[in-house]
Design a protein around this ligand. Sequence first.
Ligand code: GDP
Length: 472
Amino acid sequence: MDLHDTICAPATVPGTGAITVIRVSGPESFAVVDKFFRSRRGTLAGAEGYTILYGSLVDPFGEASLEDQFVDDVLVSVFRAPHSYTGEDGAEISCHASAYIATRVLSLLCKAGARLAEPGEFTRRAFVNGKMDLAQAEAVADVISSSSSAAHRIAVTQLKGGYSAELASIREALVEITSLLELELDFSEEEVEFADRSRLRSLLVSASAKVHGLSESFRLGNAIKNGVPVAIVGEPNTGKSTLLNALVGEDRAIVSDIAGTTRDSIEASMVLDGITFRFIDTAGLRESSDWVESKGIERTLKMVGAADIVLALVDPTRSPAEAQQMLASLTARLDFSSQILLVLVNKMDLNKNVKDINNFVSSVDSYGDVVLISALSGEGLDELRSTLVRKVQQRLPGNSDAVLVTNARHHEALRHTAESLDTALRALDAGTPSDLVAQDLRAALHYLGTITGAVTTDEVLGEIFSRFCVGK
Ligand code: GDP
């Protein structure tokens, strides 16, 4: 891909608003637009950066009759390198939002010497021209797609460079350790140990802890970005589908009192207090005396494994033993270091029929926090919603600038970095020669470099930017 010519693309979706913005970037931007832009304020070539010119677009190409030469009245914003998004000269044409006008303007731009941009090419140029690193470039896409305040906050921290700064400080520490080890190598003939091993070790331990911390933040970061997965589980007819419908306020799941009607999982998302939750109504149990062995449960358990929060529904009109059996199998499979279990005692509107509700509750409350609800009447659902929000907020870092990893590519690179650092640490402890330890550290630095784009290939860049929309 030629990254030095002049490109153009709509930055907004034509036809869905009042105006469409068409973006132009590259060394010939002003010359290209000046070929068909007429303004009393002169040409773009003569205009200063950060100014806006009002004028008309007229078609000087082809056979159009005089009246057909007029295309639109527009505003053109002028950006002068390096003070633009891409770091190049650029212009943004705001025209009326008609698909016809947008197509005509793009065609004028191409006739005048620009070409249509590839998806993500503007941001790719911003990265190539050093306006942002790769992690920040990826955050641009996350900011655009953020659908809740929590996801927006993480993306903005990443875009503003908070995450990159954290990576830079880890990188600095690793470079220092590596150079201390390599210094030793230069004098290896003399068998001198320059580097103080305990200092090296503590530097390495602290860098490794930071990398592990970032890597582990992915589960939560990913949940915040894409929605916290909440699995709704329980025996058939405990009210899972009714609960899902009550929570998301639409008939998303099919409710029925015939056991086993929820065939596959049904998902619905909603934002509560700035956090997106993805509720998953798992397949109910089929006839099987063994809760764990039955087929539906296999699938359920898979979803339970991927959930951050598990809502286990129990029905107090049924026997406490049945609820306990289900909760026992469930808790045996949960990882409480990253998963939360809430026991929902449902059908509280039928409470009068239950001889001893307190007894029932105390038979299940050792498995997790209990919330008493009625999915049918809505009782207790506000408490359930606020409990969900509170549980997630408790896991969010207190500091609003704290970095959470949300990108699977970064997570993968961080995992590799952590592995190389663990190997280096073991090698250091085993008294392995400095050059071999340094080799592990260089591997760690390589993986770290792939996140910010310090180390990258055209193939990786192509793959990342192809996921962007055209015009960004
Ligand atoms: P699922 O198999 O666990 O998904 O259960 P459903 O949501 O299909 O509900 C099974 C039956 O229980 C339906 O007849 C629901 O109307 C009923 N039900 C669900 N929740 C409640 C509740 O809170 N109170 C009462 N009285 N009935 C409920």
